[in-house]
Ligand binder design. Structure first.
Ligand code: 5AD
Ligand code: SF4
Length: 495
């Protein structure tokens, strides 16, 4: 990345992030780079010198929200003409100049592949007040090599303040997607699939562990399609996991999102054998009807997905699996929707993200398939599937009552933060408050657990006995020292 010498100090940055974990990570990297230029974060857009919106294009609704927010920012721009307003991420890559037309007060439009340019572009825009557009090539605008290069891989400058908690960090292992599911805009907004060299990933994890990170989540649109040849050796995800597993300081490794067809036995065996890998897989099924899967060009049938689920459960009986579903996809009849409901019943996902189909310009589905399910039917199917998923999750979580689980403690629970403010999730206050507070952590299978404890436990593993459960949360208490004495094999409780 081109280094821009810091020309101004005490600049304030306001950044809003919507969308997936990839976007959260992109924001972290941009904030890290701007921090080097003397920027500090503010949570008040009115006070900011630079306002950035990191955007998502997966569904139309997310884009509407950004355009409304841009509408509101117009007044700030009028009052403080020096402020620089930028739109970054997927919408920037997709809509490009259109954003300037719809929101003329926007100064920068920077796509997902050009984020390293942001510090320089902000400086230039502030001085010459000219609009800056930095986007990558479209998928048909050049050779695969040229398009891939235009989605430059971003040299990571990490910023701990932007992480989910001080103990957790996202690490990108690939960018882009080549699957071209007919409904999906991601292959356009994120460009061709490219895997990062394993040695770069290992180095980044070393930096993160030096900063106190204990849990890394490896990110890729189809993370289990990872492959990179380095030093004459082909690394797949299983090999990469083995490489980073013994990084000192790391307690847990997760990875999202998986593509069903690429779920190799080598990966499942690595998950079974490497104790720090979470027993959790997010593998979107999207629909339980073969005709709809075919229209989506997902590349598998329900029977093939079922076979994959059997392999997962044969290898790791305790492995939790979660899924995404799209309801109201073109051609989804009531009958087809019922097949999706059957799949939810059969596979008993740990959680289920349900989305109403949203036609996206530039996709094959938008071009070729009529959006033929009414909004009312989409909403009804969405709610029915969420109700069914909740019922199943509640039943499965209830199975944990009376059991001991190991959790990686993330910090104060949302409820504690809401009642006490001002610390972000994961904070371990320097001065320990009086008495235990409600903390939150996750099991190896990614189940959320709340329990009372000393906030200093954050970032450590703890043993918890589960007393109660809801559809989303297990409720428990720390295993007491006496209990540990009786149960050899349990880890000591810190703090
Ligand atoms: N409409 C609705 N949902 C979509 N998703 C992706 N594209 C669309 C779309 N056009 C959902 C898929 C994907 C998740 C991240 O978003 O379920 O897995
Ligand atoms: Fe989109 Fe399909 Fe790629 Fe996932 S695998 S990002 S749904 S195109």
């Amino acid at each position: 990345m081109t280094a821009t010498p810091p020309t101004e100090h005490n600049l304030r940055l306001y950044i809003e992030t919507v969308g997936c974990q990839m976007n959260m990570l992109d924001s972290e990297l941009v904030v890290g780079a701007l921090g080097k230029q003397g920027y500090t974060l503010t949570d008040d857009a009115k006070q900011a010198d630079t306002i950035l919106l990191n955007t998502c294009s997966v569904r139309e609704h997310a884009e509407h929200k950004i355009y409304s927010q841009l509408g509101r920012l117009k007044h700030i721009h009028r009052q403080r003409p020096n402020v620089v307003v930028g739109v970054m991420g997927c919408m920037a890559q997709k809509d490009q100049k259109q954003i300037f037309r719809r929101a003329p007060h926007v100064d920068l439009v920077v796509g997902t592949g050009q984020l390293a340019e942001i510090p320089r572009l902000i400086e230039e825009a502030r001085h010459d007040r000219k609009r800056k557009l930095a986007v990558s090539l479209g998928r048909r605008d050049g050779s695969v090599q040229a398009v891939s290069t235009s989605f430059q891989s971003y040299d990571p400058l990490r910023e701990p303040q932007m992480r989910p908690s001080p103990w957790q960090a996202f690490v990108r292992i690939m960018i882009g997607c080549d699957k071209f599911c007919t409904y999906c805009v991601v292959p356009t907004t994120r460009g061709p699939e490219q895997s990062r060299p394993p040695s770069d990933i290992a180095r980044e994890i070393e930096v993160l562990t030096d900063q106190g990170v204990r849990e890394v989540t490896l990110l890729g649109q189809t993370v289990n399609s990872y492959k990179h040849t380095e030093g004459g050796r082909l690394f797949r995800l299983a090999d990469l996991l083995e490489l980073i597993h013994d990084s000192p300081g790391i307690d847990r490794i997760k990875f999202v999102t998986n593509y069903p067809r690429d779920m190799g036995d080598d990966l499942l065996t690595a998950m079974r054998d490497l104790p720090k890998i979470a027993h959790y897989l997010h593998v979107p099924l999207q629909s339980g009807c073969d005709d709809v899967l075919k229209a989506m060009k997902r590349g598998y049938t329900v029977a093939q997905y079922r076979e994959m689920m059997h392999r997962i459960r044969d290898c790791m009986p305790d492995c939790a699996v979660s899924s995404d579903f799209i309801v109201g996809h073109p051609g989804e009849t009531e009958e087809a929707f019922e097949r999706s409901m059957d799949a939810v019943r059969e596979f008993r996902f740990k959680n289920n993200f349900v989305f109403k189909y949203s036609p996206r310009p530039g996709t094959k589905a938008h071009e070729l398939l009529p959006d033929d399910v009414s909004e009312q039917d989409k909403r009804r199917r969405n709610n029915a599937m969420l109700d069914l998923s909740n019922e199943i999750c509640e039943e499965d979580n209830a199975e944990f009552i009376g059991r001991n689980v190991e959790v990686l403690v993330e910090g104060l629970s949302k409820a504690t933060i809401k009642s006490a403010d001002p610390k972000p999730p994961g904070s371990a206050p320097a001065d320990s408050p009086t008495g235990p507070l409600q903390l939150v952590g996750r099991t190896r299978c990614d189940r959320i657990v709340v329990f009372d404890g000393n906030p200093r436990l954050a970032g450590n593993l703890a043993q918890i006995t589960i007393d109660d459960a809801t559809a989303t949360t297990l409720i428990g208490r720390i295993v007491t020292r006496e209990l540990q004495h009786e149960s050899p094999g349990l880890l000591p409780i810190l703090g």
